[in-house]
Design a protein around this ligand. Structure first.
Ligand code: HEM
Ligand SMILES: COC(=O)[C@@H](C)c1ccc(-c2ccccc2)c(F)c1
Length: 553
């Protein structure tokens, strides 16, 4: 058997087989040494002393008892900037850049860096010639997936998200992440057809041809149609882009949106419409300042402003909400100028899997008193037009999201959960505990340490046999949440680095882009710097603006 199957090398050391029975741990550039890279060098030891355990950091940042400290720090610009820069750098450094692994190789390849059809891998696949599917731990067979989904995921009664997250949050998560989580099902789970970052392809299309079909080619604007006095996305008859609708949706009810899958839910349609209106609004603002500009310059510049607004809102509204930090998170690319930072990103398959937040979805939707069961809501292209956008937003703002935990998958999403586990097996993802170690968390020592539900702990023990054999997605879904947190520690400590790196490594954050002239002067730059979720909606809705935020009012 392959001696690297037990993942013997610690602290980022690389396991290299030496003949059929031996191995070597390559500790180069890790700050550690020894047979297993287990001993810290002097400087690494010092750094380790200065860096509190992630659970401690999270506690300090989220526990209400310390809120007053952060209220002070948030108002001391110098101190706030130092800490914000630290978060950027400490999170981003945990993400390999350039990418080193693909799902097809257990060793470093140039292909990993060069071939963007691959999702990146945070950890290489489990070698194929190992005693068990998870390396050496656990049984020779992994648990039956159907049993796992029924036993762990099926929702019995809806559990609301602890801190009041609403459906605006749920649909924002789905809408935003589908911009870069685009598994190329034809090639397999390790492949993507997406663009590896915040490229706003979900608004403008995945490539130039779609973008050209969505454009009006007048004043920089995107095509719209007016229905009941409101602007909406065009129909595919006006913009013949590829859209995935089921056969029961007639063509004259099929809308043209930047992402082919966004006919799936009215929540995605609402966000697509809001961003479409915002793009056209920005074009009008830019045109008033630059009457000399042609359609192309107005379009390209508005697109850059929309991209900037997206990252601003994701950092300061969305991640601020889900991290539950009392420290104010800010989008300030200038903090990284002069630092060693790579403005490049690669989406990893582990980030994709950990972001399968289907439990956030309710079983039915309450649109101003009218209840829609899931089957009636899916691919429904009438509901938003019937109620009007303002009512849709108001209803989503008031409806609670589901909690990201076990026994909370709506029926219609059970199949997806099953798919995710199967894909994890196909991709030979390493056990949850190996990811915890890579992201500086202690490995779980027992099933009781992993989940707070005793019956599930006993059941998983019987199924997996060893805590070191628990699979990635299954482990994430049952993991006990941290106090004051929406998720388990592994989702936060693994998702955090991928999220922060993906946001701050965007080209517009680099010194050559991040300046007024890129965005049409201060007018465009200020739209980005003052963007917020509330403004995004309230500037683009008719009538009185609903209570827009990511929490129920
Ligand atoms: C009723 C609501 C939803 C339905 C019916 C649904 C359905 C699906 C389906 C059918 C897939 C493809 C599954 C596969 O074959 O791999 C998928 C993928 C995915 N879903 Fe959902 N989903 C819903 C809500 C959400 C939400 C709220 C999120 C939150 C982030 C989310 C995140 C994802 C992600 C990250 C993927 C992987 C996409 C890819 O790699 O191509 N989904 N979903
Ligand atoms: C991890 O600490 C951080 O850096 C904070 C700011 C942070 C950042 C990002 C996330 C995050 C995790 C999973 C998916 C999306 C975002 C998160 F949960 C926390």
């Amino acid at each position: 058997e392959n001696p690297c199957c037990s993942f013997p090398c610690q602290n980022g050391g690389v396991c290299m087989t030496m003949g059929h029975d031996n191995y070597l741990c390559d500790c180069a550039n890790t700050g550690y040494y020894g047979d297993y890279c287990e001993t810290a060098t002097f400087w690494q030891g010092l750094k380790n002393l200065l860096r509190p355990h992630p659970d401690t950091t999270n506690h300090l940042l989220t526990d209400p008892g310390y809120k007053w400290i952060w209220d002070v720090i948030n108002n001391i610009p110098f101190l706030h900037s130092v800490l914000m820069r630290l978060i950027y750098l400490l999170r981003a450094e945990m993400v390999d850049s350039p990418a080193v692994y693909t799902s097809a190789h257990t060793y470093v390849t140039f292909e990993a860096a060069a071939n963007t059809s691959y999702f990146m891998r945070g950890l290489p696949p489990v070698p194929t010639d190992c005693p068990t599917p998870m390396g050496v731990a656990g049984k020779s067979e992994l648990p039956d997936v159907d049993y796992l989904v029924e036993r762990l995921f099926r929702r019995h009664t809806f559990t609301a998200e602890t801190y009041g997250s609403n459906l605006l949050f749920t649909f924002f998560a789905q809408h935003f992440t589908h911009m870069f989580f685009k598994t190329d099902v034809n090639r397999g789970a390790g492949f993507t057809w997406g663009g590896h970052g915040v490229d706003v392809s979900h608004i403008y299309g995945p490539e130039k041809d779609t973008e050209n079909k969505l454009r009006a080619f007048k004043d920089g604007r995107l095509k719209t149609q007016t229905i009941n006095g409101e602007e909406w996305p065009p129909l595919i008859s006006q913009s013949p882009v590829k859209m995935l609708y089921p056969a029961n949706v007639p063509r004259e009810k099929q809308f043209a949106i930047g992402h082919e899958f966004f006919g799936l839910l009215p929540g995605l349609f609402v966000y697509a419409t809001i961003w479409l209106r915002e793009h056209n609004r920005v074009c009008d603002v830019l045109k008033s300042v630059h009457p000399e500009w042609d359609d192309e310059q107005l379009f390209q510049t508005a697109k850059l402003v929309i991209l900037g607004e997206t990252i601003k809102i994701v950092v300061e509204d969305y991640v601020q909400h889900l991290s539950r930090y009392n420290f104010k998170l800010t989008f300030e690319p200038e903090l990284l100028f002069g630092q060693s930072f790579q403005y490049q990103n690669r989406i990893s398959v582990e980030f994709n899997h950990l972001y399968h937040w289907h439990p956030l979805m309710p079983d039915r939707f309450n649109i101003s008193g009218r209840l829609y069961e899931m089957p009636e809501f899916l691919f429904n292209t009438d509901v938003a037009l019937e109620h009007g956008l303002t009512t849709m937003v108001d209803s989503f703002a008031r409806q609670p999201a589901g909690k990201m935990t076990y026994h909370n998958h709506a029926n219609v999403t059970l199949e997806v959960a099953k798919d995710t586990i199967l894909q994890g097996r196909q991709l030979r993802l390493q056990p949850l505990n190996e990811y915890r170690k890579k992201f500086r968390l202690h490995p779980h020592t027992s099933f009781g340490d992993l989940t707070d539900d005793r019956e599930i702990a006993e059941d998983l023990e019987r199924l997996y046999g060893d805590i070191d054999a628990v699979e990635f997605y299954v482990g994430l879904m049952v993991e006990a949440h941290r106090p004051n947190s929406m998720f388990g520690p592994t989702i936060i400590e693994v998702g955090g680095p991928f999220s922060v790196k993906g946001l701050m490594s965007n080209p517009i954050c680099s010194p050559k882009y991040w300046r007024p002239s890129t965005f049409g002067g201060d007018v465009g730059f200020d739209i980005i710097k003052t963007a917020s979720l509330k403004k995004l909606f309230c500037r683009n809705l008719k009538g009185e603006c609903p209570p827009v935020s990511f929490s129920v009012p």
